[in-house]
Design a protein around this ligand. Structure first.
Ligand code: MG
Length: 433
């Protein structure tokens, strides 16, 4: 059963999803005893939460309901519980929903834990306990307060800043506006109503944040901050109204907290290797970065906007990231920090495909005579002044192609050569489309 993607269970809302949530509740109740549940702002999230909670309570566990909260807020509060469960489809469109499982240290469930749940859900003998052993649901209202408290211990306030904040109608609406206000910032709110109808596409990409970019310029603000649906992601607009790329933001955060050892994914810019830090690269997906940081490290993240601060928790924390970037902006303009980092030329593209990358395709790429090849996630070829990454998407039927070089000409030529190789592979009957 292919239940879990890189970031948990995520799918279009239908009857099966509710039935699945009940079964997952029953399965989890057999392994863990004290469980905290939270949800994002989606219209289906309450219904799905109660399906899950039904299963949990029917298996006899102590279950606590934290209401609408961001994923990192739930993750932090999970310290007091065996596990936390978040009802969310993160940045997917509003007709999707899903279930994320987090450990008490904030890390996502690992492969072993996920297999255990999948096996139990498939078991047709999974049953409820007897009525006299079932418990009532308990409300848990202090998660937001705890998260704000933990963040304020790490941030120097008050800050004298004007910030445009775009929560995208997601769960960040419940915490980030009040947090930034408490930090002394003047906050101009956009899309901070948790209605479940996303007023922009939830993923905080440059294309999806055009209104925020315009608002930062119109208000002459010091900073623009955007979250995704469950606020484990944060992206930033600088004081000149320019989108700050994830690669640059990763460096800005790492330098601000004096990180020495960081973890990031294979698809990030080589500029990160040039700032004198110990960098470990993992497969694409924040759970892999989190897993790496469990072994040690000061900071980690991926350029899509997931930033992990292990001294807070091992869950990507878009709320702490928002507070930290505000503190950074109070000392130095984000535009000048961003301009101080080299701009290399990165091209990200994809080919629609339902199949896997085969050995034959790798052999064709090896003909390009790279300096060396890394197979951490897909095939990454390193050259003197650039690299190519060919990998399957973890969430969609796509083969992703990422290329970076120090000059635009070189990046375009590497990209063109890669496409030619893929075409040659397909012409030979390669199993790509
Ligand atoms: Mg998310």
């Amino acid at each position: 059963m292919d239940l879990f993607g890189t970031s948990g269970i995520r799918r279009i809302v239908d009857k099966e999803l509710f039935e699945l949530a009940f079964k997952i509740g029953l399965a989890i109740g057999r392994i863990y005893q004290r469980i905290l549940v939270g949800r994002d702002t989606r219209t289906s999230s309450d219904a799905l939460k109660y399906s899950l909670i039904s299963g949990l309570l029917a298996s006899g566990v102590e279950c606590f309901d934290a209401g609408i909260i961001p994923t990192p807020t739930l993750a932090l509060a999970t310290k007091e519980f065996d596990i936390g469960i978040m009802i969310t489809a993160s940045h997917n469109p509003p007709h999707y929903n899903g279930i994320k499982l987090v450990n008490s240290n904030g890390s996502a469930f690992d492969t072993r834990q996920k297999i255990q749940i999948v096996n139990m859900v498939s078991d047709t003998n999974l049953s409820t306990i007897t009525w006299e052993d079932m418990k009532n649901l308990t409300r848990y209202d202090s998660a937001v307060e705890q998260h704000i408290g933990a963040i304020l211990q790490n941030i120097k306030t008050p800050l004298n800043l004007k910030i445009v904040l775009d929560c995208g109608g997601g769960a960040g609406s419940l915490i980030t506006p009040q947090l930034l206000n408490k930090m002394g910032c003047t906050v101009i709110e956009m899309n901070c109503t948790p209605s479940g109808f996303f007023s922009r596409k939830s993923e905080p990409t440059k294309d999806n944040l055009k209104a925020l970019i315009a608002a930062v310029k119109d208000h002459n603000a010091d900073l623009g901050i955007a979250h995704d649906g469950d606020a484990d992601r944060t992206m930033v607009i600088d004081d000149k109204g320019r989108f700050v790329t994830g690669d640059k933001l990763l460096i800005i955060f790492a330098q601000a907290i004096n990180a020495q050892k960081i973890a990031t994914t294979v698809d990030t810019s080589m500029v990160i290797d040039e700032i004198g830090l110990h960098v470990t690269r993992t497969k694409v997906g924040d759970p892999y970065v989190s897993e790496e940081l469990r072994k040690g490290g000061d900071f980690g993240g991926e350029p899509s906007g997931s930033w992990i601060f292990p001294n807070i928790s091992l869950c990507p924390d878009g709320i702490f990231a928002a507070a930290l970037v505000a503190e950074i902006a109070s000392k130095q303009k984000i535009s000048s920090l961003s301009d101080g980092i080299s701009n290399y030329f990165l091209i990200r593209g994809h080919i629609t495909s339902n199949s896997i990358i085969g050995h034959d395709l790798n052999k064709l790429f090896e003909e390009m005579k790279p300096k060396y090849i890394d197979y951490t996630d897909g095939t990454k070829l390193y050259f003197n002044d650039g690299w190519i990454l060919v990998r399957e998407s973890g969430t969609e039927p796509k083969i992703r192609l990422t290329v970076e070089a120090k000059t635009e000409i070189k990046a375009k030529s590497l990209y063109r050569d890669s496409i030619k190789i893929i075409e040659r592979y397909m012409n030979r009957g390669g199993n790509l489309i």
